[in-house]
Design a protein around this ligand. Structure first.
Ligand SMILES: [Zn+2]
Length: 304
């Protein structure tokens, strides 16, 4: 944290409410900038919460930008277009992600947490918020199963697709699944609050998140700022700087000297502590919280 550019006294962490935020300058990614606003990368800050480990960007996506970005999300042209901007992105990376998301083990780990607290789901209404085709809930025996998702992905048989907030209704859902979704949300605190409000009393909310934490050794300063400014207009330079930064960070858990974490579709990075703190601030009970080597961060909340 002490490697970041400057402290920020005005903001507070939306997970824990802490005031100790440090800001590290960065850029929006080439792909996000092109797909969300058809423009060049922009300078922004990555804000680190020293208290709970939550990380988010100062520049978030407007509703219109998010709508444009997600309208063709993971569609036919997704891999071809993203791989033009990101040297490490390829069909095999996409296929590996898809296989992981669809794996039976992922659903089993979720159900292992839920079934001891909710053994009989036959009379229940279940919602997957941001659940794509509904694969995590498609084979659950229940009264009603629905997915709320704004992408163009079609849902599996037996799953209802909801696209309007008015369809969600107050206190309708006995179990809400929110997996790999809050990382994409500009206001994840408001989203979890909304999910709490539409959960029945004593109902459950299952949250699954990527567990991505790293140490920054970016060495902020004038040289790094000049390098980032250069990377705005020089596409190939940007691509190689991104490759260098991302490879180090993913392989070694270290953001290397002069590296950056571009803002892509994940506009938030949670720690286990940060999502637990957020739930507690929303008066949700913690039924389970753990880091799974396979699924990442898993938290099961209960509404009282
Ligand atoms: Zn925090």
């Amino acid at each position: 944290m002490n490697q970041a550019d400057k402290s920020n006294d005005q903001l507070s962490c939306l997970c824990c409410g802490g005031k100790k935020l440090t800001a590290e300058s960065t850029l929006t990614s080439l792909f996000l900038s092109r797909a969300a606003w058809e423009g060049l990368p922009e300078v922004t800050d990555l804000l680190y919460c020293d208290d709970c480990g939550f990380r988010t960007y100062r520049r978030l996506l407007s509703y219109a930008e998010a709508k444009q970005y997600y309208s063709n999300y993971r569609g036919d042209r997704y891999v071809a277009e993203r791989s033009q901007d990101e040297l490490f992105y390829s069909q095999s990376v996409y296929d590996r992600d898809e296989a992981w998301m669809a794996s039976p083990r992922r659903q089993k780990e979720m159900l292992d947490l839920i079934s001891t607290r909710m053994p009989d789901t036959r009379d229940l209404q279940i919602l997957d918020f941001g659940g794509g085709d509904g694969r995590l809930i498609a084979n659950l025996e229940c009264k009603r199963r629905a997915v709320f998702d704004l992408t163009g992905i079609s849902v599996l048989p037996g799953v209802e697709k909801l696209m309007s907030e008015s369809d969600l209704r107050q206190e309708a859902w006995d179990l809400i699944v929110c997996a790999q979704t809050l990382e994409h949300m500009s206001t994840p605190d408001l989203v979890l609050e909304k999910l709490r409000d539409i959960t029945t009393k004593d109902g459950l909310i299952y949250v699954e998140l990527q567990n991505q934490q790293w140490t920054s050794r970016a060495y902020p300063g004038r040289l790094r700022n000049d390098i980032l400014a250069h990377a705005i207009r020089h596409r190939n330079f940007h691509k190689y700087l991104d490759l260098y930064s991302t490879a180090f960070r993913v392989k070694f858990g270290l953001l290397p000297p002069l590296g950056f974490v571009p803002m892509r579709e994940h506009v938030n990075f949670f720690s286990l502590n940060s999502i637990v703190k957020l739930g507690q601030r929303l008066s949700l009970e913690i039924e389970a919280s753990l880091i799974s080597l396979f699924c990442g961060i898993q938290v099961l909340f209960r509404k009282r």
